[in-house]
Design a protein around this ligand. Structure first.
Ligand code: ADP
Length: 491
């Protein structure tokens, strides 16, 4: 009898539920977008209740498309947009405010204050992260400081904090289970990377009562059974931050293996094995995954805030395309960008520069430049930012990139994939199953209930298409130098 594993993939733009068979093939899918709320410049919010309602709906849709019932599903894994911060009332389940999304920069002043004389590297040794608006800890501090009564309620034990994984597991279990996994906890700035426990000193510095924090577990174990919705009774067996899930789903299970995900932002992760590697080139040190009681596996990560969301911006704010897929034919209608560069520093710059004060620019404009050139420049900015991160990764790890495994919503864009290969000078490989994030969470859940092993993951991975570099070295370096000059103008 065939058995199945489900994954809930709660992303920045949408929530999906995907049902996989034993060969890692997709047999059912439900998907819903949620509202992006921009109350002020630099602020980005989501409604956590909307995300929860969408989660229930997509689970039902995914099951309906398969004709399967909950008894056919052996386990469910949860993967999520990371860092996005929810605080809710432990008794009523009501969030105290909208979720503050990872791209939100309102905590700039809090980060400066926490950095003090020690600078943004104050907690890097213990957390692997520079102080940045990106991480959950400063967002949680903002809520405690700014939402009426939040601090008093938190101190009397009435509030729970969680990243989206914790929020969803809490809701799925009917408010019974308040947990997170090591990969999500690693993005709060409140966890010690080596002990994998909350760091009491950092929590005290941030003014965060530890009673509101979830229990930290591995990424693959049975945490609880689902109590609410169409998967009631199914064990939750995996929790992984979306980028770590994609790394797992891409079978980057050995030190030196890397993947790059092209979604709202871009995230390159390099598996560095069971020891955290400190970055001196602007990368993050993070937990890659932890399977049950096995030692944690770590990663170096290059996070880029804005890639696919620049395409959304061209669609929604400039209205030069009406859907994301239109960008490719428009960009392909011209041979180059006509000298234009777009640096989309909408949330400041993340890796490798970490400049919260940077703001986006379009430069190199002449009367010659059309919307087609801008479309092309938008796609190229994704590839150039990736080149910066890949250079930093080589400098930190000493590992030479030989091929790049890619996934995410933008990798359907062939023009981008070819340009990426050109600007890196290495082949770019897309796997057959592009839904690597959901697949990684399904693998974690499947391992917890003994349906899969890590060897199965390696076996299931299969190539779909490879792009070979096709640009002269001099041209590549000239373009990259022009890009770098443009970036220098954003701060
Ligand atoms: P996330 O998981 O961050 O929500 P996805 O992996 O679903 O994101 O990717 C969605 C992103 O991909 C969107 O930002 C969208 O603009 C972009 N995108 C979708 N289709 C294309 C395309 N054909 N070309 C370029 N970008 C695209």
């Amino acid at each position: 009898m065939s058995r199945y594993i489900a994954a809930i993939d709660q992303g920045t733009t949408s929530t999906r539920c995907i049902v996989f068979d034993q060969h890692g093939r997709i047999v059912g899918l439900g998907q819903r977008e949620h509202e992006q709320i921009f109350p002020r410049p630099g602020w980005v919010e989501h409604d956590a209740q909307e995300i929860w309602r969408n989660t229930l709906t997509v689970i039902e849709e995914a099951l309906a498309t398969t004709g399967l019932g909950r008894s056919d599903i052996d386990a469910v894994g949860v993967t999520n947009q990371r860092e996005t911060t929810v605080v809710w009332d432990r008794h009523t389940g009501e969030p105290v405010c909208n979720a503050i999304v990872w791209q939100d920069t309102r905590t700039d002043a809090i980060c400066d204050e926490l950095a003090g004389d020690a600078g943004p590297g104050r907690y890097q040794e213990r957390t692997g992260l520079p102080l940045s608006t990106y991480f959950a800890g400063p967002k949680l501090r903002w809520i405690l400081d700014n939402v009426e009564n939040a601090r008093a309620r938190a101190e009397s034990g009435d509030l729970c904090f969680g990243t989206i994984d914790s929020w969803l597991v809490w809701k799925l279990t009917g408010g019974k289970t308040h947990v997170t996994d090591v990969t999500n906890a690693a993005r709060t700035m409140l966890m010690d990377l080596r002990t994998l426990q909350w760091d009491s000193q950092i929590c005290a510095d941030f003014g965060v009562p530890e009673s509101m924090l979830p229990a930290i577990h591995s990424s693959s174990q049975i945490y609880a059974e689902v109590a609410e919705g169409a998967l009631a009774g199914v064990p939750i067996g995996g929790i992984l931050g979306d980028q770590q899930a994609a790394t797992f789903g891409q079978a980057c299970l050995s030190p030196g293996e890397a993947k790059n995900t092209y979604g709202t932002g871009n995230f390159m992760l390099l598996n560095t094995g069971t020891e955290p590697v400190k970055s001196s080139h602007g990368l993050l040190t993070t937990v890659c995954y932890r399977i049950g009681d096995e030692p944690a596996v770590y990663a170096l990560e290059g996070s880029i805030a804005v890639t696919g969301s620049l395409v959304q911006w061209l669609r929604d704010n400039l209205e030069i395309i009406s859907s994301a897929s239109e960008i490719e034919p428009l960009a392909a209608s011209v041979p180059d960008t006509g000298g234009a560069y777009i640096v989309p520093a909408f949330s400041g710059l993340f890796a490798p520069r970490w400049r919260p004060d940077a703001r986006g620019i379009i430069c190199g404009l002449t009367r010659f430049v059309t919307k087609a050139h801008l479309a092309r420049a938008a796609l190229e900015s994704t590839a150039f930012q990736t080149r910066e991160v890949s250079d930093a990764m080589r400098a930190d790890s000493g590992v030479e990139l030989t091929t790049l495994k890619v996934d995410g919503g933008m990798v359907v864009n062939e023009l981008l994939m070819q340009f990426q290969s050109d600007i890196l000078g290495v082949p770019v490989v897309r796997p057959k199953i592009a839904e690597t994030t959901a697949l990684g969470a399904a693998y974690a859940a499947g391992i917890a209930v003994d349906r899969w092993t890590q060897d199965d993951i390696r076996e299931i991975w299969a190539e779909d298409k490879t792009w070979q570099p096709n640009m002269a070295d001099t041209e590549r370096e000239r373009r990259y130098a022009e890009w770098n000059a443009a970036v220098e103008r954003t701060y």
